[in-house]
Ligand binder design. Structure first.
Ligand SMILES: Nc1ncnc2c1ncn2[C@@H]1O[C@H](COP(=O)(O)OP(=O)(O)O)[C@@H](O)[C@H]1O
Ligand SMILES: [Mg+2]
Length: 342
């Protein structure tokens, strides 16, 4: 999203060429969990990162939250470089970026009352008045649909969905510009998932918050996102507007992710089965790819050249949309013309 004058005034977060490695001890080389990740989040926008477990989603979220050291690349918030910010600076940044994680059991301290947990962000670097804190906590809990009777109770007395509402209250109490939701609804029952997703959408409509929404579930992502980034083995495979990526996926990996979403409807299932049979076709490439496309060993379209070509670059496949695939022409030719039914 670009401002009317052509500047990037609407850009909240800019991630440029982000690479994060984990150190595996003295004797082993570091493991590169994500590589050359570049994307932007505009104000009021929901950008999702989707990919199967281990693809590097939480590593990206962690780097933005200051929980993971960045090897190279940069992260800018409102134009200001926050790459590897120190502890003091991080405290100030926490005012602008908050997080909601998968497991509200571990993110809420079981020894703190709900009121104390939600109030905690207010006390970082400040000493608010008691009555102001109480008013703010009660009001914020109200926004997520939790009554004031919860204030003196403990997390263990609440259901998973209610605890996740409390985590959300905690994340929004200082009205951050960006909330990183890392598998925030993944542990919840489907009906409760929908409630929490609707709550996030309402909060966005009220306050213009941006979300970085991390999930392995393509169906959830399609519902909530403006734009989608598809990640595989730490690389961006495809990115673009949610409706395009989810309904007319370009990259073979995106297709296989969609084929993996369970659906109750028979007609839809049939369409997905076709996609799945394509996705299940064995690759001509075997083993781990050191040089080239990391998806090649699982890709029905792969050719030996996919593994010797060096980094596969993202190329444009439509407005605001790109995919990293050397076989894209062939893939798009064989793709069914009809969009995915959800
Ligand atoms: N602290 C860590 N030390 C070593 N390897 C890690 C660590 N955290 C994650 N990894 C590895 O990095 C890769 C990406 O992990 P992660 O970002 O958690 O993926 P996702 O959130 O998509 O499941 C995985 O291969 C995982 O095993
Ligand atoms: Mg994760």
């Amino acid at each position: 999203m670009t401002a009317l004058d052509g500047s990037d005034a609407d850009i909240l977060l800019e991630v440029d060429d982000l690479t994060v490695s984990y150190h595996m001890g003295m004797r082993r080389p570091p493991f590169r969990a994500v590589r050359d990740i570049t994307f932007k989040v505009a104000r009021g926008e929901t950008v999702s990162i989707v990919g199967e477990s281990g693809s590097g989603k939480s590593t990206i979220g962690g780097a933005i939250l200051g929980l993971r050291a960045i090897e190279s690349g940069s992260i800018r918030l409102q134009g200001e470089d926050i790459t590897n910010a120190g502890i003091k600076r991080r405290r100030a940044i926490a005012r602008h970026i908050q997080a909601v994680f998968q497991d509200p059991f571990s993110s809420l301290d079981p020894k703190l009352t709900i009121g104390e947990s939600v109030a905690e962000p207010l006390t970082i670097g400040a000493r608010p008045r008691r009555d102001e804190t109480l008013r703010s906590v009660t009001e914020t809990l109200g926004r997520v649909g939790i009554g004031a009777d919860a204030l003196r109770r403990f997390p263990a007395e609440f259901s998973g969905g209610q605890r996740q509402r409390v985590s959300i209250a905690r994340s929004i109490i200082r009205t951050p510009e960006l909330i990183v939701c890392d598998e925030a609804v993944s542990a919840l029952d489907v009906s409760v998932q929908a409630q929490v997703i609707n709550l996030l959408a309402d909060l966005k409509a009220d306050s213009g918050t941006s979300y970085l929404f991390i999930s392995h579930n393509m169906a959830v992502v399609r519902h909530i996102s403006d734009r989608v980034i598809v990640l595989y083995k730490g690389r961006i495979m495809e990115q673009g507007p949610a409706a395009d990526v989810c309904d007319q996926p370009a990259h073979p990996y995106t297709r296989s992710l969609i084929a993996a979403v369970p659906v109750p409807n028979v007609a839809v299932q049939e369409q997905r089965r076709t996609a799945r049979s394509l996705a299940a076709k064995p690759s001509v490439v075997a083993g781990d790819v050191q040089d080239g496309c990391p998806f090649a060993p699982r890709c029905p379209f792969a050719r030996p050249a996919c593994t010797t070509s060096g980094d596969v670059r993202l190329v444009g496949v439509g407005p605001g949309r790109s995919a990293a695939c050397l076989r894209l022409d062939e893939v798009l030719r064989t793709a069914s013309a009809s969009p995915v039914i959800w």
